[in-house]
Ligand binder design. Structure first.
Ligand code: NAD
Length: 250
């Protein structure tokens, strides 16, 4: 049911973690995948991995906070593979964590919002520019359970993901009659480098909140992204899909 045959997908933040895993799965399901990351070497590695497995891939370097670079990356994707059917935005940072709000650096707060919210807005805008003329598109952002629940001592991250969830609700409604869906997924802890870099007590807190009592796996995140980015996900937009092992039941 889920196939990306004859489709082109752009995965932003494809250099590592959830994005890397999603890019690989979309390619295995038939998509030509443009792997975009601010880390040029990581983007190239992700694309090489797909090609080595027999898939079609292109690498592009862009920081999501730089609209011109993101436009260039999507332009390269369209130049190589034609119309873009799916855009998956996995670029995101936690910023400083383990710090209560009254001690948080406002510079760090602004930086996290710049990447996680402003950057997501850039990806949506650029993707929409490609998808609107075609009357078809799937945009998927990666939010977080922290955007729904509010993880203590992660105010910059949690509030940025809440803003992202709000943006997706708006854009889902705006393009609902134009053939384009805009959704997010909200994972709890998925085992990636980003999580490995967090303090143990922050990770332990997050796992303790998960009824399944474990972290999520990259394959599980990729599978959900693949569904939401596919034509099979056709009657849901503006929604944030849960990926929390039972933590969020709303
Ligand atoms: P990761 O650090 O393993 O990978 C993130 C990738 O995005 C990296 O390749 C990085 O270079 C790239 N990136 C970061 N900032 C960028 C920027 N400004 N422009 C372009 N590329 C950029 O992280 P991950 O754990 O795979 O997380 C991916 C997304 O999932 C993030 O939005 C994160 O907030 C979200 N998320 C992760 C978890 C988790 O437990 N891992 C949970 C909830 C949400």
């Amino acid at each position: 049911m889920i196939s990306f045959a004859d489709q082109s997908a752009v995965v932003v933040g494809a250099g590592a973690g959830i994005g890397r895993s999603a890019a690989g799965l979309l390619a295995r399901l038939g998509a030509a995948v443009t792997c975009v990351d601010r880390d040029a070497a990581a983007a190239a590695e992700a694309a090489d991995e797909i090609r080595a497995a027999g898939g079609r891939a292109l690498a592009a370097t862009a920081d999501v906070t730089d609209p011109a670079a993101v436009r260039a990356a999507f332009g390269a994707a369209a130049g190589e593979f034609g119309p873009i059917h799916a855009a998956v935005n996995c670029a995101g940072i936690t910023g400083q964590t383990g710090i209560p709000s009254h001690e948080v650096s406002l510079d760090d707060f602004a930086h996290v919002h710049r990447v996680n919210v402003h950057g997501a807005m850039v990806v949506s805008q650029v993707a929409l520019g490609h998808m609107l003329p075609n009357g078809y598109g799937r945009i998927v952002h990666v939010a977080s359970i922290s955007g729904k629940d509010g993880n203590p001592n992660m105010v910059a991250y949690s509030s940025s993901k809440a803003a992202l969830i709000g943006m997706v609700k708006v854009q889902g409604k705006e393009y609902a009659q134009r053939g384009i869906t805009v959704n997010a997924i909200a994972p709890a802890v998925i085992r990636t480098d980003m999580v490995a870099a967090l303090p143990d007590d922050v990770v332990a807190y997050m796992v303790s909140k998960i009824p399944m009592g474990r972290t999520g796996e990259l394959d599980e995140a990729a599978a959900m992204i693949a569904f939401v980015a596919s034509s099979a996900c056709s009657f849901t937009t503006g929604f944030t899909f849960d990926l929390t092992g039972g933590r969020a039941t709303y």
